[in-house]
Design a protein around this ligand. Structure first.
Ligand code: D5M
Ligand code: FE
Ligand code: ZN
Length: 633
């Protein structure tokens, strides 16, 4: 079968994962040729990166649509979306419940590349020596989908169309030269464990399981009358189901945390005794406005919408600063009969102050928690990361570290494991590995050095080859498959809930922090743990629709923090920070990427190459192992 990614790569064109998912079905269905796409990208955008922008313009120019299932549902059950029947009843939403090879700068590659594609309007080009390393790299063998490569005596003989459309045979080349990279994917990086290294953890059983993973949730998308032109209808229905699901889950949480009596549906307020009764409403914050006298909110539940007022004289007044748009809050107060609810008190969903103590463990066991490795970035601290791999194999610096490595049983990685391609404008200039496949290959080669007795959990972030909208069910297998060959590794979703020795570890990449930082006073990127507390109080990982963080139109809200965790790990903002809130330990796990040009501009100062070690028994930070002296990018 035709493979768009491979065919593009042969021509030194790159494609972002999202763009791939939009284009591949059309390509496989012969709706366009590779030459047409390349000509378009070059002519209209002067780029060799096929991203969403290029794809959407290209599809438009060809009169093609974006595949329906792309926006709407996890890939498991796309057939649900093309139901022909009209179903009136509410759909059921069910939860089943310096090492390494020589590294040349990519900038050179780019320059050579751009030269080689200068022929204006030439749909088919022969570009030889594009990578300047003496090989004949075949640019358009891919254009001949009839397979013009023939094997003769084990040597590939390739043919390609010349500028004039004549099929020519290119010089033969030894196969081992094909695909030689100008950058390292660390295939030669192999750590030999320290002599006599026999950690206790190797004899310990793993007591870890995944309690919640987005992939395990069976979502039933709403039905549309037919597949054509109904995308908008399905999306609206899905968001409405998501809204109801959020309200249902949050009501339960709020009632568990606070002893609230007399909860009334907003639609039934007219039936209450007005000023006579103190009642409670629970709803989603549609809007918030500060006035001279207090705050006015518009609050909505499944039965209606109401204006809520709280005066500056009330004790709870300041809590209003913590409400994020679309979070769910409870108000107690009186209804005025004139359509306004006067709140006396306000309740964030929050977590209970008191927790039941967990029984002690028979022996100490530790977990290392990291995130934002950004392999492929030219700011990736490869030397520090390699030192970390060596450390895991017993090359420690002190007795204290020896004790930790001895009992280190888990390694959790919370997203942005590679830098990706086409994630932000101008990223290409900061990539050491300009190919997503190779980024995952490089990561897998590095992580292959994690001792086999250490159980790894790896989840995606916004730089990964995964759905961009939250929640992220996992990685796209076509890109991240090298991770699957790693031993003792479980791929988790973003978010996911783990059980480690009876302790609940909530793992999320942490984009919701951006929503908090933009909305709640006195929170900033520099202190992400504070922002994490705000999310925990709202019991939601990213509440705001239509803000910075895209939320997928799933018919169930999987970003609600349902179970109260013992430990919460996020990353994303690249700063190590932690704090305790009502017995929950919250930690942001920093990065392995030094400051990028973009971060310089927006004053984000990362704290790279620090590894927090969590004592699983207490779910608290034991220590931080610092590799930052090897991070001089
Ligand atoms: O995010 C790394 C850091 O950069 C994190 O603090 C968020 C911030 N960031 C990333 N993209 C943006 C945009 N577009 N605007 C503002 N701040 C941003 P990472 O996910 O690793 O790129
Ligand atoms: Fe990141
Ligand atoms: Zn991120």
């Amino acid at each position: 079968m035709k493979n768009l990614v491979e065919d593009l790569l042969k021509n030194n064109y790159l494609i972002t994962p999202t763009a791939y998912y939009e284009l591949a079905p059309h390509y496989e269905g012969d709706a366009f040729s590779l030459a047409e796409l390349i000509k378009f990208a070059k002519g209209e955008f002067d780029t060799f990166i096929i991203d969403e922008k290029v794809v959407s313009a290209f599809l438009k120019s060809k009169g093609l649509g974006v595949p329906l299932e792309k926006e709407l549902q996890p890939p498991e059950e796309p057939q649900e979306l093309i139901e022909e029947k009209v179903v009136e009843s509410e759909p059921n939403v069910e939860v089943s419940t310096e090492l390494g090879g020589e590294v040349q700068k990519h900038v050179e590659i780019k320059a050579i590349h751009e030269e080689s594609h200068e022929t204006p309007g030439a749909a088919v080009e022969v570009s030889v020596d594009e990578f300047g390393n003496g090989e004949s790299s075949i640019s358009n063998g891919a254009f001949t989908s009839n397979g013009s490569d023939e094997e003769e005596n084990g040597v590939l003989s390739k043919s390609a169309y010349s500028e004039y459309g004549v099929l020519v045979t290119l010089e033969e080349e030894p196969p081992e030269e094909i695909g030689k990279k100008s950058y390292s994917v660390y295939e030669d990086f192999k750590v030999v464990p320290r002599e006599g290294f026999a950690p206790r953890a190797a004899g310990m059983e793993s007591h870890a399981r995944v309690l919640f993973d987005v992939k395990d949730v069976k979502l039933t998308p709403p039905k549309a009358k037919n597949a054509n032109g109904k995308e908008g209808e399905i999306v609206i229905k899905s968001y409405s189901l998501l809204f109801r699901s959020r309200l249902r889950k949050m009501r339960k949480i709020i009632r568990n945390t606070h002893e609230l009596r007399g909860v009334v549906d907003i639609g039934r307020l007219g039936y209450t005794g007005g000023y006579d009764d103190e009642i409670v409403i629970i709803g989603l914050v549609n809007s918030k406005r500060e006035t001279r006298k207090g705050f006015i909110f518009e609050i909505e539940d499944a039965t209606g919408v109401i204006k809520v007022f709280i005066g500056r004289d009330k004790e709870d007044y300041k809590k209003a600063f913590e409400f994020l748009p679309d979070s769910v809050i409870a108000f107690s107060g009186v209804y005025s009969k004139k359509g306004i609810f006067f709140a006396n008190r306000m309740f964030l969903p929050d977590v209970p102050i008191y927790r039941k103590e967990k029984p002690p463990l028979e022996e100490k066991v530790y977990a290392a928690v990291i995130s934002d490795i950004h392999v492929g970035s030219d700011k990736f601290c490869e030397k520090a990361f390699m030192k970390f791999m060596e450390w895991l194999n017993g090359y420690v610096g002190s007795r204290e570290e020896e004790e930790i490595v001895d009992r280190l049983k888990y390694l959790i990685i919370a997203g942005d494991v590679v830098d990706g391609v086409g994630i932000y404008p101008g990223q290409y200039n900061e990539l050491e590995i300009p190919d997503v496949f190779d980024q995952y290959e490089a990561l897998a080669n590095l992580l292959d050095n994690v001792p086999k007795h250490i159980q790894m959990f790896i989840g995606p972030g916004n730089h990964d080859a995964a759905r961009t909208a939250l929640p992220q069910p996992g990685f796209y297998d076509e890109y991240a498959y090298p991770l699957y060959r790693l031993k003792n590794t479980i791929i988790i979703s973003n978010p996911a809930l783990l059980d480690l020795h009876g302790r609940k570890f909530l793992i999320a990449h942490g984009r919701g922090i951006e929503d908090v930082v933009g909305n709640v006073p006195k929170t900033s990127h520099h202190e992400p743990a504070k922002a994490m507390v705000e999310l925990l109080k709202l019991r939601h990982l990213a509440p705001t629709f239509g803000g910075k963080v895209p939320i997928a139109p799933d018919p169930e809200d999987l970003l609600v923090i349902g179970d109260v965790p013992d430990f919460v790990q996020m990353g994303h903002v690249h700063v190590l920070d932690y704090r305790i809130y009502n017995g929950v330990f919250l930690l942001n796990s920093a990065t392995w990427q030094a400051q990028t040009e973009f971060q310089k501009m927006v004053n984000i100062v990362p704290t790279p190459a620090k590894v927090p070690i969590i004592d699983v028994e207490t779910a608290r930070l034991k220590t931080v192992i610092d590799f930052s002296k090897w991070c001089e990018v």
